[in-house]
Design a protein around this ligand. Structure first.
Ligand SMILES: Cc1cc2nc3c(=O)[nH]c(=O)nc-3n(C[C@H](O)[C@H](O)[C@H](O)COP(=O)(O)OP(=O)(O)OC[C@H]3O[C@@H](n4cnc5c(N)ncnc54)[C@H](O)[C@@H]3O)c2cc1C
Ligand code: FES
Length: 257
């Protein structure tokens, strides 16, 4: 785990309320694995007091990318940062995705909204030629990172809640359709998901019902981010686990919702 002050080289609006930040951080890039996260000190002052957790969205050439939705005080302050400013980062934190076993398998990534954030890095690292990402959004204007996933070698399918683009309905309904049509032909699939809690719960239920292996990245509220405050615990079959330390990625079969 490192703590560095990283220089921002770009921090721009990406789409709607979503922003994209690039920092110069070669040491962090070398240490980071898909699914891990950073705890970001956004302000030198007291507001916001706590660091905020963000997934490692992508790394390239010593630069690290964060994709974030502006939802409150901290992320609003984040969007006010300019290139040349510095961000105090602690990371990489947590346990990322286990993707060694995905080699040669049918891999389906499922993203809900800003849940695309950790999945792009994963999509780039997974050594499977048979990758599909399902990108779920409320409306067509909120579909994130379609081009970036295609560039990472993934096929892309889109779902929108209002039917304005792609499959009309929830991304988990799209997942169910795909499993129903592909399972016999493709055999074992590996699922990886990130998004809102109810979506992840449904992905876990679908995986268990179909006897598929799934890993989901949880976004719990966090205090310390380093395993000390117990502010982020979730129930698992092996007792309470800290999302910041034993997670944020968990196997579907171990979580108790
Ligand atoms: C491991 C991890 C990785 C994350 N990665 C990303 C990412 O890559 N991009 C991104 O945009 N966000 C990510 N988040 C969520 C992000 O940390 C919160 O959106 C952020 O802390 C909100 O800060 P704020 O001060 O702007 O909002 P606040 O003023 O603190 O809260 C505004 C609203 O956001 C909700 N919120 C706050 N924190 C969280 C949280 N941890 N999870 C869910 N809802 C929250 C609050 O309930 C409230 O409704 C991640 C969270 C975790 C735990
Ligand atoms: S945020 Fe403190 S233990 Fe996880």
């Amino acid at each position: 785990m490192l703590q560095i002050k990283a220089k921002i080289t770009s921090n721009k609006k990406f789409k709607g309320s979503c922003w994209h930040c690039i920092v110069n951080a070669p040491s962090l890039c070398r240490a980071s694995k898909p699914g891990q996260f950073l705890n970001v000190r956004i302000s030198e002052g007291l507001k916001p007091f706590l660091r905020r957790p963000f997934s490692i969205h992508n790394i390239f050439g010593g630069k690290l990318e964060i994709l974030y939705n502006v939802v409150g005080e901290g992320t609003r302050a984040f969007s006010g940062k300019k290139s040349g400013d510095y961000l105090d980062l602690i990371g990489p934190l947590g346990k990322g995705f286990d993707y060694v076993g995905a080699r040669g398998k049918r891999v389906i990534l499922i993203a809900g909204g800003i849940g695309v954030a950790p999945l792009l890095f994963l999509s780039k690292e997974i050594k499977s030629r048979d990758k599909l990402i399902l990108i779920g959004a409320r409306t067509r204007d909120q579909v994130l990172c379609e081009k970036e996933f295609r560039n990472s070698g993934s096929d892309v399918k889109i779902s929108t809640d209002d039917g304005s683009r792609g499959f009309s309905g929830r991304v988990t309904d799209l997942l169910k359709n795909i499993i129903a049509t592909e399972k016999a032909a493709k055999g074992a699939m590996q699922l990886y998901a990130c998004g809102p809690g109810p979506m992840l719960k449904e992905v876990c239920n679908i995986a268990i019902a179909n006897n598929l292996q799934a890993q989901v990245s949880l976004e719990e509220h966090m205090g310390c981010g380093i395993g000390a405050c117990l502010g982020c615990v979730v129930k698992t079959k092996n007792g309470l686990k800290r999302v910041c330390k034993e997670g944020p990625v968990f196997y579907a079969k171990e979580l108790i919702w």
